[in-house]
Write a protein that binds this ligand. Structure first.
Ligand SMILES: [Zn+2]
Length: 510
């Protein structure tokens, strides 16, 4: 019970933070149903629930037809303080009381005061829950405290992808950019993205979840540490999680940077929901929430289910080797609070490279909110191929990035040659460690003298020599092929990271 109240309180705090920069305009959007669309995919697109679309349009089931016009409200209720009256939330499969609290930014006791007889442990699908508005947060106003960034649309961008990258919703983008047509954005168009004053609003924060499955010997604090998140965050993302009682095989949600897409899965002979769920790394209740009206005990062969998967709308492919390959459907590295991009024309990578590079800097910024901005130099060209003066950087998996060092100012790090003793090991290691622990990289090239200093600092700070021995080439000598962190000439101004081939890229060569 104690944990529950804390989470509801946290959610309220979050709402207050958001209220300071969310626009007050809450215009409805009209969506015209296109061929092949289902309620689930439309809901995913606007970041709302199927049950909400049904309620806003008086739909009694999940049938829609091509050309039908659907009203989509700004359903994330971030600006609920602005409207009056009350909202009725109809409980959907997978809903929890805490999830509802979190969603509407209210506390459990408020929910109970508005709904007599509400048993927080026993809500049922279809149950109607009243949410009063304007009662919760006192602060409703003023965008003056919020700062904004301007994002320039790059080739291949979709609005949904941009929203996902910045941890905001499509509705928010539309409220910050009048006249923005989600189906028609053009290269070079400037899009305003509001962010709060600090990391609390986290414009770099991801918007969807990956699942971690508990293995033997895990503790929640250990999982949090390895994933680079806090215990509080884990509890926020997993309202039913009891920190003292996790069990083998339990699935824990972790917010991820990757955008989601909805796929259609055709039920095969012998399928049952549990098997389909585990094959797609989702839960049965998630499948039910994406497919309202499906009876879990009676799914029939040939039936199409909506399933959300993380990953981009257009998968990229790294083809061949870093020294002679190419890149298909790459993505351009977007802005991020942790770095600045020097030449965006030379900053393309695979979806995974972009995601993992950003995730690393998000991790550093979460742990060290004051970490200065780093200069990111070359990745690859849009289609890969030779990029002078590099030999590699051809297949969308390489990046040259400046070091954290002792001459950085409070806000940024100059791209310059450094000596070993000028490396900021604490910040640099946080980044490397994140990529290495999560098994995301093939190599990092670091000047041998800088390696030496890092190893010395890390041993002093208690990192095991045995682990360092597996990671660093130092002290074996700078010509010995060993360790994931290795010497290559020319790496005093920057390190070079080569991300691993992604499982799905069958033509990628390491
Ligand atoms: Zn390089």
């Amino acid at each position: 019970m104690w944990v529950r109240r804390v989470i509801c309180a946290l959610a309220l705090g979050h709402a207050v933070a958001l209220a300071s920069f969310v626009s007050t305009a809450a215009a409805d959007t009209t969506h015209v149903v296109a061929a092949g669309e289902m309620l689930g995919s439309i809901a995913a697109r606007y970041g709302v629930r199927v049950s909400e679309i049904q309620a806003w349009n008086n739909l009694t089931d999940d049938r829609i037809r091509i050309g039908q016009r659907l009203t989509i409200r700004d359903g994330n209720s971030d600006d609920s303080a602005e409207s009056e009256g009350e909202t009725i939330h109809t409980v959907a499969p997978g809903d929890t009381t805490l999830g509802i609290c979190e969603r509407y930014h209210v506390t459990l006791s408020q929910l109970q005061s508005w709904n007599r007889n509400l048993d927080p442990d026993r809500i049922r699908i279809g149950q109607r829950i009243t949410i009063r508005q304007g009662g919760s947060s006192g602060s409703s106003s003023s965008s003056s405290s919020g700062s904004g960034t301007v994002y320039e649309v790059a080739p291949g961008d979709t609005l949904l992808g941009i929203a996902a990258r910045h941890g905001v919703t499509l509705n928010q983008l539309q409220s910050w950019n009048r006249n923005l047509d989600p189906d028609r954005i053009r290269i070079g168009q400037r899009i305003t993205i509001r962010s709060g004053a600090s990391a609390s609003s986290g414009s770099e924060e991801p918007v969807n979840y990956t699942t971690y499955t508990v293995v033997s010997g895990d503790t929640l604090s250990g999982i949090a540490a390895r994933q680079g998140v806090t215990m509080q965050e884990l509890q926020e993302w997993n309202p039913r999680l009891d920190p003292d009682r996790i069990r083998l095989g339990q699935r824990i949600r972790i917010r991820s940077l990757r955008p989601t897409r909805t796929i259609r899965y055709e039920v095969q002979p012998g399928d049952f929901l549990g098997r389909i769920a585990s094959r797609h790394n989702v839960t049965v209740s998630e499948i039910l929430s994406w497919n309202p009206g499906v009876d879990p005990d009676r799914i029939r062969i040939g039936h199409q289910l909506n399933i959300q998967q993380s990953g981009p709308e257009v998968p990229s492919e790294s083809i061949g080797a870093a020294y002679g390959g190419r890149l298909v459907n790459g993505e351009q590295l977007p802005e991020h609070p942790g770095y600045r991009v020097r030449r965006s024309r030379r900053a393309w990578g695979t979806n995974e490279t972009i995601t993992n590079l950003m995730a690393g800097y998000s991790y550093v910024k979460r742990r060290f909110p004051d970490a200065p901005e780093i200069a990111v130099h070359d990745l690859s060209f849009e289609n890969g191929g030779p990029m002078s003066p590099h030999r590699s950087h051809q297949s969308g998996r390489d990046a040259d990035i400046g070091y954290y060092h002792s001459m950085c100012t409070e806000t940024e790090c100059e791209y310059r040659a450094i000596n070993g003793d000028q490396i900021n090991t604490e910040l640099q290691w946080a980044l490397f460690d994140y990529w290495i622990r999560n098994d995301l990289i093939e190599y990092i090239f670091v000047d041998y003298r800088i390696q030496e200093q890092m190893v010395e600092d890390l041993i002093e700070s208690g990192v095991s020599a045995e682990r360092l021995g597996r990671i660093f080439q130092f002290p074996s000598g700078n010509r010995i092929a060993r360790g994931v962190i290795r010497h290559e000439p020319g790496h005093r101004t920057h390190f070079h990271v080569r991300f691993s081939c992604y499982d799905g890229d069958e033509r990628c060569r390491e």
